[in-house]
Ligand binder design. Structure first.
Ligand SMILES: [Zn+2]
Length: 138
């Protein structure tokens, strides 16, 4: 578990669009690499939603980290599965995806589910994220 540099609370690794992250950094120069969701929300002045999540940025970072092949792909998919489950779109994701029960998947699903609850008009963004996560290959 990673630690948020702003509140010292636990945080999960997740990726936002660059323009959202830039807003976080402007008000929190100490944030550097990551913050918890709550501190990011305080910084941008609103709840985070699925539209703030950047699958592309998961990929950019994954290239610089050491993971067992396929692990990052499953983690990305876990965010989307969690978002589908939390918005009553059970089974909306591709059948080929692994819906594992390991710790990393649970973390991703928890964050995805949380973001889904803050997201209005969810189907278009779910479609977009499903496509991006399905094409994700790191
Ligand atoms: Zn924090």
């Amino acid at each position: 578990m990673n630690q948020c540099p702003l509140c010292n609370g636990p945080t999960t690794i997740f990726w936002l669009h660059d323009f959202i992250w830039e807003q976080v950094i402007v008000s929190n120069p100490d944030a550097k690499d990551l913050t918890c969701i709550r501190c990011a929300e305080v910084a941008i002045g609103r709840p985070l939603t699925l539209r703030d999540l950047s699958i592309d940025n998961f990929g950019h970072t994954a290239k610089n980290m050491i993971f067992k092949p396929g692990v990052m792909r499953e983690y990305v998919q876990a965010f989307v599965i969690g978002a589908c489950e939390a918005s009553n779109n059970q089974g909306y994701w591709p059948e080929s995806w692994t819906n594992a029960d390991d710790r990393l998947t649970q973390l991703g699903k928890k964050v995805g589910g949380y973001l889904a609850k803050n997201t209005s008009d969810i189907c278009p963004i779910l479609d977009e994220l499903i496509q991006a996560a399905d094409e994700f290959n790191c």
